[in-house]
Design a protein around this ligand. Sequence first.
Ligand code: ZN
Length: 252
Amino acid sequence: MDLTVLTWPAVAALSKDMPVLIPIAALEQHGHHLPLFTDSLLTAEIVRRVAERFAGRVLFAPLMWLGNSHHHLDFAGTLSAEPRCYLDMLESMAENFLHHGFRRIVFFNGHGGNDVPGKQAVFELRQKYRQRADLLLLFATYWNAGESKAGAEAGCTQQQMGHACEWETSMILRLDPGLAGDYANAPDVDAGRPFTPATRGWVTQDRSERGHIGSPRLATAEKGEKLFQCFARDAGALLERVLGWNGKDWSG
Ligand SMILES: [Zn+2]
């Protein structure tokens, strides 16, 4: 169910147990070979595939393309909401739906920089509405949303998400080969081992001169299709769990 084409009486008449999915992504540099809108295009494609399956059972908000991308701001064209502003924006968006009576909110994310503010948003909202026992507030990033071993299933060398990498370049090739530039000659940029398992603060130029992280040259449209299938399957499984929640249990 697409929020953007409904009338307000139609939204008012919906069951307030219907999950609301809010896709969030970014507009930021993706190296020399992928478009700035990569994260938004890929997230929208996964949501498109999932929305077909959940028509009438889940309310899909339009994709919020402005993300928290300050670590990429040294690269031209990147647009970013300052992290605290972004946090407030996510909370406001979820609160709008709570105000209209909805109880199950899922942020569905397609950009790494949104991860921390997104998790903080659902945590803060839960504190704000701490007297409520009927809320399900979730944040999920598509490549971590389920059980799929997407890299292995797709036959990728990379086993984790990078940036404008084998995974993202493959999915862009699947969407439209005309959107990918000279990925075949992009040098490999290793993800490294930045004091893991500690979390290190970084800006992109600490890690990559051109902006990508990973091995774009390994990308194929076939891998991209498999990755899309994995991520859509994981997102669908998550939504089934949200639909199956009994409205009060901790587990689901
Ligand atoms: Zn990306």
